[in-house]
Write a protein that binds this ligand. Structure first.
Ligand SMILES: CC(C)(COP(=O)(O)OP(=O)(O)OC[C@H]1O[C@@H](n2cnc3c(N)ncnc32)[C@H](O)[C@@H]1OP(=O)(O)O)[C@@H](O)C(=O)NCCC(=O)NCCS
Length: 158
């Protein structure tokens, strides 16, 4: 079982933080026991559904998946942490696990969409190296809110 970074776990007030990588109940490459997937979670070489846990309770999730059209691009969806568990590094740990998986899986870039007004999420992604990609665009027709694509370059250093 992967463990939340020491600093994040310590800041979580001594709670035993764990990051479970849901991958169908198999053992991971380093012998870690990986948790059973959520009932409807899709697990394949193209997908990485992730759940953050504190003391055995699921408190957050994220889903990384290869882009249908671009085999070198991984998209990140559904980053969410339960309100009572926010501010302890759970999202940062989920994001790091997703980025590590994308890089190890051969992706050259990772991309997500975030509401322009969502400063907390934008800071989270910027700390991990994501940068704005293109101009903001309306979330949907008739909705005044704007969405910003952010992208992380995963190309190996030359
Ligand atoms: C955005 C979201 C995922 C962040 O989750 P989180 O687990 O609170 O994120 P983190 O704990 O890694 O970081 C959040 C903040 O807590 C701070 N933090 C982390 N650990 C901390 C600690 N132990 N003590 C004090 N602050 C801490 C981070 O520095 C960050 O500060 P900032 O907002 O000033 O930049 C969460 O707020 C959420 O689920 N929001 C609703 C859904 C959403 O907006 N999802 C994003 C869609 S793109």
């Amino acid at each position: 079982m992967a463990t939340l970074p020491d600093a994040a776990a310590a800041r979580a007030g001594g709670r035993a933080g764990r990051l479970r990588q849901h991958a169908g109940g198999r053992r991971g490459a380093r012998g870690c026991r990986l948790g059973l997937g959520l009932g409807l979670a899709v697990t394949s070489n193209r997908d990485r559904p992730l759940v953050a846990e504190y003391d055995g309770s699921a408190v957050g999730l994220a889903w990384a998946t290869f882009d249908a059209a671009d085999p070198l691009l991984v998209n990140l969806f559904q980053m969410w942490v339960a309100p009572e568990s926010r501010g302890h590094g759970a999202a940062a740990a989920l994001l790091k696990a997703a980025v590590d998986w994308a890089r190890a899986s051969g992706a050259r870039a990772m991309q997500l969409g975030v509401l322009s007004e969502n400063d907390t999420a934008r800071r989270l992604y910027e700390r991990a190296g994501f940068r704005d990609h293109g101009a903001p665009f309306p979330v949907r027709p008739g909705d005044a809110r704007m969405e910003q694509a952010m992208r992380l370059d995963l190309a190996p250093a030359s």
